[in-house]
Structures are given as C-alpha cells and as structure tokens.
Design a binder for this molecule. Structure first.
Ligand code: UD1
Length: 356
C-alpha cells in the first residue's frame, strides 16, 4: 500500500507525525507532500525536526495568498504529483486550504481519498475552515473521525457508511512528547514566568484578527487579565495588529514568537490557563488538564466544554473573567482516545483498500 499525505499548515504537521511513524513501523510506503502554505521555519521546519517527521518528498511552495489563490495554486500543482506517485490513498488532514485542495485534486484523478479528522463541525459558515471540512468530507471515500460526536455529524449528512472512528492522532503525539517532555524550567526561563502563575495565549483565526474592533477588544481583555499572559504571536496576528496600529504589549500581556511543539506542551503543562482560538490547543489544554478559555462563539471540540475544562467567551470582560477562573473538578474522561489513533488509521486504510 502506498499512502500520499498532503500537509501544509502547522497543525497538520503535528497530525502527520504519528501517521508517518506508523507507516514506517509497518513498512507502508508513504509520500509526504508539503504544499508550502506555512513557510516560516517556526510554523513548519521545527515541527518536522522535533517530531521526527521525514523530509517532505515534494514541496509545492505555494506560500500565502487569498483563499482562492492559495487553494487554486495547490490544486494546479497537484495533478503532476499525483500522476507521478499514483498512490493507493491520498490522505488529507484537518480543515485548511491545503486539505480541501488535496482532496479535490485526488477526486479529479479518481484516486481514493481519506480525510483524517473528519466530521468536525462548528456550524459557523463564516469560518473558512468549516467550508473546507464539509466539502472535504463529502468528497472523501473514507472518513476517519476522531470522536463519536464527529461520527454523529457525518451520519446526519448521510456519510455513515464511509465513517470509521479512529480516535485523535493529536493525543498520540501528545503522549509521546509528554513522555520526553522538554525541560520545563528552561521554557519557564525563556518565557520569564513562574510555574502555575501565567496563561499561554494564541490568537490567529480570521474571525478574531481581521475585524479591527474585535481584535482590539481581544487584546484589551488579554491586557486586563489578573495574571501574566504570554501571547505566542502567529504571523497573521502580528501582520493584522501592525496594519491596524494596535500595540499588542501592555498590562498583563507580553508577546513571544510561536513555540516549537515540545516547548509548547511544556509551557501549557506549566501554565495556570490557556487562552486561544486554536482548535488543537483546546484539546491539548484538556489533555494536560490546564483550564482553557476559547475566544470563539462555538467549538468543534464540544467534549472539552461539556467536561468543564473549556469555556467559550466573547472578547471583553467575559474573556478577562474566564481567564482568571480556578481549575474545575478533576476528570479522567478520555473522549479523544488512548493515544493509538495512528494505528487505527493504518488499520482502516488497509482494510478499506482491500474493498475499494
Ligand atoms: C491556517 C488555516 C487554519 C489553521 C492555521 C494554523 C486555512 C484557511 N487556515 O490559518 O485553519 O488553524 O493555519 O496556523 O487554511 N503567514 C506567514 N508565514 C507563514 C504562513 C503564513 O507570515 O509561514 C502569514 C501569511 O502571509 C498570511 C497569514 O499568515 O498573512 C495567514 O496565513 P494562512 O496560511 O493563509 O492562514 P492561517 O491564518 O495560518
């Protein structure tokens, strides 16, 4: 069996890591295509290095652009790659423009597509990620769902017979990294913080960064939190803040460049809270039992909210107050699986390939 993975953005490199490792363990041929959507070393190269992912076999180098330009550039470049490698499966991950373009290019060439992290829904049609995941699910031949909630969404859309629940590969990575945790003291020193005394923040979603009034409200609320907040500033956030003449630093708020994955895990473990609009970080915070405050009107990871470890807030006083709340009652719930999702992914691909 030959699998071709299409990845391009930071969270996809994290999800790719355990899949690549499992392919290597089983001797399955695995071709890695990096679209180049994320090109900054801190959003790309460090993940390959730290998570032991082989170098990409193909790099499309598409870079930034509007949604149509970026998606189209990937689509335009993929035909030749797919024809050259002729994989048994094209595997796409998550909900970015690279996911949709990878799926669409495979469908056009009649190659079987599997979607990892299928079935997530925010039901917010203003999010580019929601279009990407809905369209990808409906194009794909095999839907690898992380949770029972995701399976339910797919069933409601008539996609039950293409669905397999495999668990969440991000938990695989987290377990692996947690077992070889980066030096927490070094990370605390780098961040200039004390154990349990600060929150880690990330804000990068278009719905928060691209409306000047909303971005200002987010930043002002972060500055008013009652303990230090370290904002790991994504390039989109820095670019928008600069365009809008908004100073990110002030009050409780300081900024740092995005962290490599092991350092991020160490920082979240050592923090008293996480404040974010990222999908992955909500789960990572839950898995590490650090309370999370999510600056969005909805989440795809509803289990984190139901279990009391995540709250959704609007920018403003609600954000400031939620970020200062104490940790909830402990829980041993494991809605995202036991850290063996990549093996389940390979099992599903092998089994379905036999029946294609
Ligand atoms: C993308 C995904 C989002 C995911 C996020 C993780 C889409 C629609 N969005 O959002 O779902 O959560 O990645 O980070 O696919 N930029 C750089 N350097 C880079 C990459 C981007 O400076 O290496 C700048 C671009 O110039 C642009 C901005 O960041 O101004 C946005 O990049 P883009 O890849 O379009 O979307 P993200 O916001 O990163």
């Amino acid at each position: 069996m030959k699998i071709l993975s299409v990845v391009g953005a930071r969270p996809q490199f994290v999800k790719l890591a355990p899949v690549a490792a499992e392919c290597a363990r089983r001797g399955v041929q695995h071709v890695i295509v990096h679209t180049g959507q994320h090109y900054d070393p801190m959003l790309s190269d460090v993940f390959f290095r730290d998570l032991g992912i082989p170098e990409p076999d193909v790099h499309l180098g598409v870079g930034s652009g509007g949604h149509g330009v970026q998606t189209g550039a990937i689509l335009g470049a993929m035909d030749a790659v797919l024809e050259e490698h002729a994989p048994d499966w094209v595997l796409v991950y998550g909900d970015t423009n690279s996911t949709l373009a990878g799926a669409l290019s495979a469908v056009k060439l009649h190659l079987p597509v599997a979607h990892l992290e299928a079935g997530l829904r925010s039901f917010n049609r203003r999010m580019p990620e929601e279009h990407n995941r809905v369209l990808t699910d409906h194009a794909a031949d095999l839907l690898l769902a992380p949770t029972e909630v995701a399976r339910g969404h797919l069933a409601e859309e008539g996609l039950a017979d293409r669905t397999v629940v495999v668990g969440d590969v991000m938990i695989d990575v987290l377990h692996q990294v947690r077992d070889q945790l980066a030096d927490t003291d070094a990370v605390l020193t780098e961040l200039g913080q004390e154990l349990g005394g600060f929150s880690v923040a990330t804000i990068h979603r278009a719905e928060n960064t691209d409306d000047p009034a909303r971005l200002r409200a987010v930043v002002e609320a972060l500055q008013q939190v009652d303990h230090p907040v370290v904002l790991l500033a994504h390039p989109r956030l820095r670019a928008r803040a600069e365009q809008q003449g908004l100073d990110l630093v002030g009050g409780a708020l300081t900024t740092r460049a995005p962290l490599p994955y092991p350092a991020l895990v160490a920082a979240v473990s050592a923090a008293r809270g996480v404040i974010t609009d990222s999908g992955g970080l909500q789960k990572e915070a839950f898995a590490l039992r650090t309370p999370c405050t999510t600056v969005r009107t909805e989440t795809e990871w509803v289990e984190t909210v139901q279990l009391g470890w995540n709250v959704l807030v609007k920018p403003g006083p609600a954000l400031r107050d939620a970020a200062s709340r104490p940790a909830p009652e402990p829980t041993d719930a494991a809605p995202y699986g036991d850290g063996h999702a990549a093996a389940a992914v390979l099992d599903a691909l092998t089994e379905r390939q036999a029946n294609l």
